[in-house]
Design a protein around this ligand. Sequence first.
Ligand code: 0X9
Ligand code: ZN
Length: 284
Amino acid sequence: YFPRYQEIRNFIKALVNKRKYSRMIKIGTSYEGRPIYGVEVFFIDAGIHAREWATHISALYIIKNVVESEEKFADMMTFVIIPCLNPDGYEYSHTTDRLWRKSMSLHTTSQCKGVDLNRNFDSHWGEFRSEKNPCTEIYGGPEPFSESETSALRDSILKYKPVAYVTIHSFGPLLLYPYGYTKDLPPNWRTLHRIATKTAQNIEKVNGTNYVVGSAARVLYVSSGGSDDWAYDEAEVPIVYTMELPEYEKNSFIVPKKYIKPLITETYVGFATLLQNIYEKYGV
Ligand code: 0X9
Ligand code: ZN
């Protein structure tokens, strides 16, 4: 099932209490005042877009496995996993509008709420597939980092300087590396492509899901202001992916309950493959 935000909070609190090495961190506060939590345990976020419910549960499953595993994950790397970057939007998608995408902030005299958090980062902000009209689904906000949620993520990435940043979205299945704002490829795209291809192969072994690998702008569309491009260009994180989890009904964010287990299982295998490859390349 799909937990409400309070349940997400209780779940990770109970998990981290079991282990000495992991603790819960608060990276900031949402517009409506909800604390945004992560577990300090590679840097992953989920739920930038409220309605993408496949993402929150996948991140929770990764947290659970990392914390409970007998493998010495914690010795390999420090993890920051944020299961719900947009708690206000997530709650709203439960209570009021299942297909809500944005944050819940109100900036203008307009009645329309919400900013598309994945258009609000300071990377070619407002240039492509981003709207100035607050009533649209892809409103980029009044200025870059106008949102508490995106600022919290920015500050946290700058603080932890992760070697890898994965942002989980839906739907795909796609494993995308920068750039989103241009069809040009980034300097280390061969490495990014190789690791992504291995990851896709391992995921396919689980349930046969076929991830398509490539740059966001080439495989999906050109859009700017995304967290991935900002992390790569501005925060200089060398390994960056946007993972678009599979769709289970055509063009839908709805995940029928019977697919939850196969989904979180294969996503975890993807995470483990990425981790292994990143560790081999950058681990100490
Ligand atoms: O448009 C987006 O923000 C992402 N797709 S979604 O359907 N989940 O909304 C894709 C973002 C890919 N990255 C960049 N364009 N930077
Ligand atoms: Zn998304």
